[in-house]
Ligand binder design. Structure first.
Ligand code: CP3
Length: 353
Protein backbone atom coordinates (compact mmCIF):
# COMPACT_ATOMS: atom_id res chain seq x y z
CA UNK A 1 0.00 0.00 0.00
CA UNK A 2 1.13 3.56 -0.77
CA UNK A 3 2.28 5.64 2.15
CA UNK A 4 -0.19 8.24 3.40
CA UNK A 5 1.37 11.69 2.77
CA UNK A 6 -1.14 13.69 4.82
CA UNK A 7 -2.42 11.93 7.94
CA UNK A 8 -3.64 15.05 9.80
CA UNK A 9 -7.27 13.90 9.69
CA UNK A 10 -6.54 10.44 11.10
CA UNK A 11 -4.35 11.93 13.83
CA UNK A 12 -6.92 14.55 14.85
CA UNK A 13 -9.72 11.96 14.91
CA UNK A 14 -7.63 10.00 17.42
CA UNK A 15 -6.85 13.18 19.41
CA UNK A 16 -3.17 13.01 18.53
CA UNK A 17 -1.25 16.33 18.16
CA UNK A 18 -1.11 18.02 14.74
CA UNK A 19 0.53 21.27 13.61
CA UNK A 20 -2.79 22.72 12.44
CA UNK A 21 -6.49 21.80 12.38
CA UNK A 22 -7.34 19.46 9.50
CA UNK A 23 -10.49 20.10 7.47
CA UNK A 24 -12.92 18.63 4.99
CA UNK A 25 -16.43 19.71 4.08
CA UNK A 26 -19.61 17.66 4.19
CA UNK A 27 -20.96 17.35 0.62
CA UNK A 28 -17.65 18.72 -0.71
CA UNK A 29 -18.42 16.98 -4.01
CA UNK A 30 -21.74 18.28 -5.22
CA UNK A 31 -23.91 20.66 -7.17
CA UNK A 32 -22.21 23.89 -6.03
CA UNK A 33 -19.29 22.86 -8.29
CA UNK A 34 -19.83 23.44 -12.05
CA UNK A 35 -17.47 20.53 -12.84
CA UNK A 36 -19.73 18.25 -10.73
CA UNK A 37 -22.83 19.36 -12.63
CA UNK A 38 -21.04 18.55 -15.87
CA UNK A 39 -20.15 14.97 -14.85
CA UNK A 40 -23.61 14.46 -13.35
CA UNK A 41 -25.17 15.49 -16.69
CA UNK A 42 -22.84 13.08 -18.48
CA UNK A 43 -23.91 10.24 -16.15
CA UNK A 44 -27.60 11.02 -16.79
CA UNK A 45 -28.81 10.82 -13.21
CA UNK A 46 -27.49 10.70 -9.67
CA UNK A 47 -27.65 6.91 -9.13
CA UNK A 48 -25.95 6.22 -12.48
CA UNK A 49 -23.15 8.47 -11.25
CA UNK A 50 -22.91 6.49 -7.98
CA UNK A 51 -22.92 3.16 -9.87
CA UNK A 52 -20.07 4.18 -12.22
CA UNK A 53 -16.76 3.80 -10.30
CA UNK A 54 -14.74 5.99 -12.74
CA UNK A 55 -17.24 8.85 -12.60
CA UNK A 56 -17.77 8.48 -8.83
CA UNK A 57 -13.97 8.70 -8.49
CA UNK A 58 -13.82 11.75 -10.74
CA UNK A 59 -16.37 13.73 -8.66
CA UNK A 60 -14.68 12.62 -5.41
CA UNK A 61 -11.40 14.13 -6.67
CA UNK A 62 -12.89 17.42 -7.96
CA UNK A 63 -12.95 19.35 -4.65
CA UNK A 64 -9.39 18.17 -3.86
CA UNK A 65 -8.13 19.77 -7.07
CA UNK A 66 -9.66 23.12 -6.08
CA UNK A 67 -9.00 23.24 -2.34
CA UNK A 68 -6.34 22.21 0.22
CA UNK A 69 -8.58 19.65 1.94
CA UNK A 70 -7.29 16.97 4.29
CA UNK A 71 -9.68 14.17 3.30
CA UNK A 72 -11.63 12.73 0.42
CA UNK A 73 -15.09 11.28 1.03
CA UNK A 74 -16.45 8.45 -1.05
CA UNK A 75 -19.04 9.72 -3.51
CA UNK A 76 -22.19 7.71 -2.90
CA UNK A 77 -25.37 8.03 -0.83
CA UNK A 78 -26.78 6.69 2.43
CA UNK A 79 -29.76 5.25 0.53
CA UNK A 80 -27.73 2.63 -1.36
CA UNK A 81 -28.34 0.32 1.64
CA UNK A 82 -32.16 0.24 1.44
CA UNK A 83 -31.82 -0.01 -2.34
CA UNK A 84 -29.77 -3.19 -1.70
CA UNK A 85 -32.60 -4.37 0.59
CA UNK A 86 -34.84 -4.35 -2.48
CA UNK A 87 -36.86 -1.15 -1.94
CA UNK A 88 -36.17 0.33 -5.40
CA UNK A 89 -34.47 3.73 -4.92
CA UNK A 90 -35.08 6.42 -7.51
CA UNK A 91 -34.70 10.20 -7.66
CA UNK A 92 -37.59 12.33 -8.94
CA UNK A 93 -36.28 15.61 -10.42
CA UNK A 94 -36.59 18.37 -7.83
CA UNK A 95 -38.18 16.06 -5.24
CA UNK A 96 -35.25 14.17 -3.75
CA UNK A 97 -35.09 10.43 -3.09
CA UNK A 98 -38.07 8.05 -3.37
CA UNK A 99 -38.69 4.31 -2.93
CA UNK A 100 -40.87 2.20 -5.21
CA UNK A 101 -41.59 -0.26 -2.38
CA UNK A 102 -41.56 1.49 1.02
CA UNK A 103 -41.82 -0.65 4.18
CA UNK A 104 -44.97 0.43 5.98
CA UNK A 105 -46.36 -2.60 7.80
CA UNK A 106 -45.12 -5.28 10.20
CA UNK A 107 -45.81 -7.86 7.45
CA UNK A 108 -43.44 -6.01 5.08
CA UNK A 109 -40.81 -5.77 7.81
CA UNK A 110 -41.05 -9.56 8.24
CA UNK A 111 -40.01 -10.05 4.63
CA UNK A 112 -36.77 -8.05 4.89
CA UNK A 113 -33.47 -9.96 4.97
CA UNK A 114 -29.77 -9.00 5.08
CA UNK A 115 -28.56 -9.10 1.45
CA UNK A 116 -25.17 -10.23 0.13
CA UNK A 117 -23.44 -6.85 0.07
CA UNK A 118 -20.69 -7.94 -2.34
CA UNK A 119 -23.40 -8.67 -4.90
CA UNK A 120 -25.78 -5.75 -4.29
CA UNK A 121 -23.28 -3.03 -3.35
CA UNK A 122 -20.17 -4.18 -5.21
CA UNK A 123 -20.21 -0.95 -7.26
CA UNK A 124 -19.47 1.02 -4.06
CA UNK A 125 -16.45 -1.14 -3.19
CA UNK A 126 -15.21 -0.78 -6.78
CA UNK A 127 -15.50 3.00 -6.39
CA UNK A 128 -13.52 2.88 -3.10
CA UNK A 129 -10.70 0.90 -4.77
CA UNK A 130 -10.66 3.24 -7.78
CA UNK A 131 -10.53 6.35 -5.55
CA UNK A 132 -7.72 4.93 -3.40
CA UNK A 133 -5.68 4.24 -6.53
CA UNK A 134 -6.29 7.78 -7.83
CA UNK A 135 -5.56 9.41 -4.43
CA UNK A 136 -2.16 7.70 -4.34
CA UNK A 137 -1.77 8.49 -0.63
CA UNK A 138 -2.46 12.23 -1.02
CA UNK A 139 -5.09 12.30 1.78
CA UNK A 140 -7.14 9.61 3.55
CA UNK A 141 -10.48 8.40 2.19
CA UNK A 142 -13.58 8.52 4.39
CA UNK A 143 -16.21 5.81 3.86
CA UNK A 144 -19.73 6.28 5.20
CA UNK A 145 -23.26 5.04 5.70
CA UNK A 146 -26.48 6.39 7.18
CA UNK A 147 -27.65 5.48 10.68
CA UNK A 148 -30.36 2.79 10.68
CA UNK A 149 -32.90 5.27 12.08
CA UNK A 150 -32.16 7.93 9.43
CA UNK A 151 -32.15 5.36 6.63
CA UNK A 152 -35.30 3.87 8.19
CA UNK A 153 -37.17 7.19 7.94
CA UNK A 154 -36.74 7.11 4.15
CA UNK A 155 -37.58 3.38 3.95
CA UNK A 156 -40.85 3.80 5.84
CA UNK A 157 -41.98 7.26 4.70
CA UNK A 158 -41.03 6.42 1.09
CA UNK A 159 -38.90 9.56 0.70
CA UNK A 160 -37.97 12.77 2.52
CA UNK A 161 -40.25 13.75 5.39
CA UNK A 162 -40.59 16.59 7.88
CA UNK A 163 -42.76 15.03 10.57
CA UNK A 164 -42.06 11.27 10.14
CA UNK A 165 -45.72 10.28 10.73
CA UNK A 166 -45.52 6.66 9.58
CA UNK A 167 -42.28 5.62 11.28
CA UNK A 168 -43.26 7.44 14.49
CA UNK A 169 -46.56 5.52 14.32
CA UNK A 170 -44.57 2.27 14.12
CA UNK A 171 -42.39 3.39 17.06
CA UNK A 172 -45.54 3.94 19.14
CA UNK A 173 -47.65 0.95 18.02
CA UNK A 174 -45.21 -1.75 16.89
CA UNK A 175 -41.87 -0.92 18.52
CA UNK A 176 -40.59 -4.51 18.40
CA UNK A 177 -41.22 -4.67 14.64
CA UNK A 178 -39.38 -1.36 14.20
CA UNK A 179 -36.48 -2.76 16.31
CA UNK A 180 -36.26 -5.75 13.99
CA UNK A 181 -36.27 -3.58 10.85
CA UNK A 182 -33.52 -1.37 12.31
CA UNK A 183 -31.57 -4.50 13.28
CA UNK A 184 -31.60 -5.70 9.67
CA UNK A 185 -30.42 -2.28 8.49
CA UNK A 186 -27.71 -2.25 11.20
CA UNK A 187 -26.42 -5.71 10.24
CA UNK A 188 -26.41 -4.84 6.53
CA UNK A 189 -24.66 -1.54 7.27
CA UNK A 190 -21.98 -3.26 9.36
CA UNK A 191 -21.15 -5.62 6.48
CA UNK A 192 -21.32 -2.70 4.04
CA UNK A 193 -18.89 -0.54 6.06
CA UNK A 194 -16.50 -3.42 6.73
CA UNK A 195 -16.38 -4.10 2.98
CA UNK A 196 -15.63 -0.38 2.42
CA UNK A 197 -12.73 -0.68 4.90
CA UNK A 198 -11.48 -3.83 3.20
CA UNK A 199 -11.62 -1.97 -0.15
CA UNK A 200 -9.57 0.92 1.31
CA UNK A 201 -11.71 3.35 3.37
CA UNK A 202 -9.44 4.78 6.10
CA UNK A 203 -12.05 6.38 8.38
CA UNK A 204 -15.80 5.79 8.74
CA UNK A 205 -18.61 8.27 9.32
CA UNK A 206 -22.21 7.42 10.21
CA UNK A 207 -24.73 10.12 9.25
CA UNK A 208 -27.73 10.34 11.58
CA UNK A 209 -29.48 13.33 10.08
CA UNK A 210 -32.86 12.71 11.77
CA UNK A 211 -32.04 11.18 15.18
CA UNK A 212 -32.86 14.40 17.01
CA UNK A 213 -36.45 14.26 15.73
CA UNK A 214 -36.99 11.63 18.46
CA UNK A 215 -37.62 12.24 22.15
CA UNK A 216 -34.73 11.19 24.33
CA UNK A 217 -35.83 7.63 25.25
CA UNK A 218 -36.79 6.88 21.67
CA UNK A 219 -33.48 8.34 20.48
CA UNK A 220 -31.60 5.92 22.74
CA UNK A 221 -33.65 2.92 21.54
CA UNK A 222 -34.20 3.58 17.84
CA UNK A 223 -31.23 5.75 16.84
CA UNK A 224 -28.33 5.27 19.26
CA UNK A 225 -28.71 1.52 19.98
CA UNK A 226 -28.60 0.50 16.29
CA UNK A 227 -25.56 2.79 15.77
CA UNK A 228 -23.96 1.10 18.78
CA UNK A 229 -24.47 -2.31 17.09
CA UNK A 230 -22.64 -1.01 14.03
CA UNK A 231 -19.75 0.43 16.08
CA UNK A 232 -19.45 -2.91 17.93
CA UNK A 233 -19.20 -4.82 14.65
CA UNK A 234 -16.81 -2.55 12.75
CA UNK A 235 -13.28 -3.46 11.72
CA UNK A 236 -11.18 -0.94 13.64
CA UNK A 237 -7.74 -1.72 12.27
CA UNK A 238 -6.52 -2.08 8.67
CA UNK A 239 -3.24 -1.54 6.77
CA UNK A 240 -1.52 -1.21 10.17
CA UNK A 241 -3.62 1.80 11.22
CA UNK A 242 -6.66 2.37 13.39
CA UNK A 243 -9.85 3.11 11.45
CA UNK A 244 -11.48 6.03 13.32
CA UNK A 245 -15.28 6.08 13.54
CA UNK A 246 -17.23 9.36 13.53
CA UNK A 247 -20.88 9.48 14.60
CA UNK A 248 -22.96 12.48 13.56
CA UNK A 249 -26.44 13.04 14.94
CA UNK A 250 -27.49 16.42 13.60
CA UNK A 251 -28.90 18.56 16.43
CA UNK A 252 -27.59 16.14 19.10
CA UNK A 253 -26.96 18.83 21.75
CA UNK A 254 -26.73 17.14 25.17
CA UNK A 255 -27.22 13.73 23.49
CA UNK A 256 -23.49 14.02 22.70
CA UNK A 257 -22.97 12.81 26.29
CA UNK A 258 -24.74 9.53 25.49
CA UNK A 259 -22.98 9.14 22.15
CA UNK A 260 -19.51 9.14 23.73
CA UNK A 261 -20.30 5.82 25.44
CA UNK A 262 -20.63 3.98 22.10
CA UNK A 263 -16.85 3.73 21.82
CA UNK A 264 -16.68 5.91 18.71
CA UNK A 265 -13.53 7.99 18.14
CA UNK A 266 -15.19 11.27 17.14
CA UNK A 267 -18.52 13.06 17.09
CA UNK A 268 -19.87 15.45 14.46
CA UNK A 269 -21.39 18.61 15.92
CA UNK A 270 -23.80 20.96 14.16
CA UNK A 271 -23.92 24.74 14.72
CA UNK A 272 -26.72 24.65 17.31
CA UNK A 273 -24.19 23.48 19.93
CA UNK A 274 -20.97 25.45 20.47
CA UNK A 275 -17.79 23.41 20.28
CA UNK A 276 -16.91 24.73 23.76
CA UNK A 277 -20.11 23.18 25.17
CA UNK A 278 -19.63 20.00 23.12
CA UNK A 279 -16.14 19.68 24.57
CA UNK A 280 -17.58 19.94 28.08
CA UNK A 281 -20.31 17.37 27.35
CA UNK A 282 -17.79 14.90 25.99
CA UNK A 283 -14.99 15.59 28.51
CA UNK A 284 -12.32 15.41 25.78
CA UNK A 285 -12.91 11.64 25.48
CA UNK A 286 -13.52 11.89 21.72
CA UNK A 287 -12.52 14.20 18.89
CA UNK A 288 -15.08 16.74 17.62
CA UNK A 289 -15.85 17.58 13.99
CA UNK A 290 -17.61 20.77 12.93
CA UNK A 291 -19.38 23.11 13.14
CA UNK A 292 -19.70 26.33 11.08
CA UNK A 293 -23.25 27.06 9.89
CA UNK A 294 -23.26 26.36 6.10
CA UNK A 295 -25.30 29.57 5.67
CA UNK A 296 -22.14 31.54 6.58
CA UNK A 297 -20.75 30.59 3.14
CA UNK A 298 -23.34 32.93 1.55
CA UNK A 299 -21.76 35.92 3.29
CA UNK A 300 -18.73 38.11 2.48
CA UNK A 301 -15.12 36.84 2.77
CA UNK A 302 -14.76 38.91 5.97
CA UNK A 303 -17.78 37.25 7.58
CA UNK A 304 -16.58 33.78 6.51
CA UNK A 305 -13.12 34.42 7.99
CA UNK A 306 -14.68 35.64 11.23
CA UNK A 307 -16.88 32.52 11.33
CA UNK A 308 -13.81 30.32 10.96
CA UNK A 309 -11.96 32.31 13.66
CA UNK A 310 -14.92 31.99 16.07
CA UNK A 311 -15.27 28.24 15.43
CA UNK A 312 -11.56 27.62 16.07
CA UNK A 313 -11.66 29.77 19.22
CA UNK A 314 -14.76 27.98 20.49
CA UNK A 315 -12.94 24.62 20.36
CA UNK A 316 -9.87 26.29 21.81
CA UNK A 317 -6.40 24.88 22.25
CA UNK A 318 -5.31 21.31 21.94
CA UNK A 319 -5.72 18.31 19.66
CA UNK A 320 -8.97 16.61 18.63
CA UNK A 321 -10.68 19.16 16.37
CA UNK A 322 -11.51 18.45 12.73
CA UNK A 323 -12.83 21.56 11.04
CA UNK A 324 -16.03 21.09 9.01
CA UNK A 325 -19.39 22.73 8.45
CA UNK A 326 -22.23 21.77 10.78
CA UNK A 327 -24.04 20.17 7.80
CA UNK A 328 -23.53 19.85 4.06
CA UNK A 329 -22.57 22.71 1.71
CA UNK A 330 -25.68 23.74 -0.25
CA UNK A 331 -25.95 23.95 -4.08
CA UNK A 332 -26.27 27.78 -4.14
CA UNK A 333 -22.80 28.43 -2.64
CA UNK A 334 -20.12 30.25 -4.67
CA UNK A 335 -17.08 27.91 -4.93
CA UNK A 336 -14.79 30.94 -4.30
CA UNK A 337 -16.37 31.33 -0.86
CA UNK A 338 -15.37 27.76 0.00
CA UNK A 339 -11.77 28.72 -0.90
CA UNK A 340 -11.97 31.59 1.62
CA UNK A 341 -13.01 29.14 4.33
CA UNK A 342 -10.26 26.64 3.49
CA UNK A 343 -7.55 29.33 3.42
CA UNK A 344 -8.77 30.77 6.73
CA UNK A 345 -8.52 27.37 8.47
CA UNK A 346 -4.95 26.93 7.16
CA UNK A 347 -3.96 30.42 8.26
CA UNK A 348 -5.73 30.73 11.62
CA UNK A 349 -5.55 27.22 13.10
CA UNK A 350 -1.79 26.72 13.83
CA UNK A 351 -1.99 29.02 16.90
CA UNK A 352 -4.30 26.48 18.59
CA UNK A 353 -1.72 23.66 18.38
O1 CP3 B 1 -20.33 14.50 1.48
C1 CP3 B 1 -20.06 14.07 0.33
O2 CP3 B 1 -19.48 14.76 -0.53
C2 CP3 B 1 -20.31 12.60 0.03
C3 CP3 B 1 -21.48 12.29 -0.67
C4 CP3 B 1 -22.84 12.24 0.02
C5 CP3 B 1 -24.04 12.41 -0.69
N1 CP3 B 1 -25.08 12.17 0.15
C6 CP3 B 1 -24.14 12.77 -2.10
C7 CP3 B 1 -25.41 13.29 -2.62
C8 CP3 B 1 -23.18 11.93 1.34
C9 CP3 B 1 -22.29 11.69 2.55
C10 CP3 B 1 -24.62 11.89 1.41
C11 CP3 B 1 -25.37 11.56 2.64
C12 CP3 B 1 -26.83 11.69 2.68
N2 CP3 B 1 -27.72 11.42 1.68
C13 CP3 B 1 -27.56 12.03 3.83
C14 CP3 B 1 -26.97 12.27 5.20
C15 CP3 B 1 -26.23 13.55 5.30
C16 CP3 B 1 -27.06 14.77 5.20
O3 CP3 B 1 -26.81 15.56 4.27
O4 CP3 B 1 -27.91 14.97 6.08
C17 CP3 B 1 -28.92 12.03 3.48
C18 CP3 B 1 -30.09 12.36 4.41
C19 CP3 B 1 -29.02 11.61 2.13
C20 CP3 B 1 -30.25 11.36 1.34
C21 CP3 B 1 -30.29 12.18 0.14
N3 CP3 B 1 -29.48 12.00 -0.97
C22 CP3 B 1 -31.12 13.30 -0.13
C23 CP3 B 1 -32.15 13.85 0.85
C24 CP3 B 1 -30.79 13.76 -1.41
C25 CP3 B 1 -31.42 14.86 -2.19
C26 CP3 B 1 -30.77 16.12 -1.72
C27 CP3 B 1 -30.87 17.22 -2.72
O5 CP3 B 1 -30.24 18.23 -2.40
O6 CP3 B 1 -31.51 17.08 -3.76
C28 CP3 B 1 -29.73 12.96 -1.91
C29 CP3 B 1 -29.03 13.12 -3.21
C30 CP3 B 1 -27.59 13.46 -3.15
N4 CP3 B 1 -26.67 12.76 -2.42
C31 CP3 B 1 -26.91 14.49 -3.86
C32 CP3 B 1 -25.54 14.37 -3.55
C33 CP3 B 1 -24.40 15.20 -4.10
C34 CP3 B 1 -27.55 15.47 -4.83
C35 CP3 B 1 -27.79 14.68 -6.07
C36 CP3 B 1 -27.77 15.50 -7.34
O7 CP3 B 1 -28.83 15.98 -7.70
O8 CP3 B 1 -26.70 15.59 -7.95
Amino acid sequence: MTELKNDLLLKALLREPTERTPLWIMRQAGRYLPEYREVRAQAGDFMSLCRNPELACEVTMQPLRRYKLDAAILFSDILTVPDALGLGLYFEAGEGPKFERPVQSTAQIGKLAVPDVSETLGYVFDAVRTIRRELDGQVPLIGFAGSPWTVGTYMVEGGSSREFPIIKGLAAEAPAALDSMLDIVARTTTEYLNAQVEAGAQAIMIFDTWGSALERDDYLRFSLAPMQKIVDGLTRQNEGRRIPVILFTKGAGVLLKDMVATGCDALGVDWTTSLADARQYTGDKVALQGNLDPATLRESPEVIRQGVADTLASYGKGPGHVFNLGHGVTPDIDPDHVAVLVDAVHELSPQYH
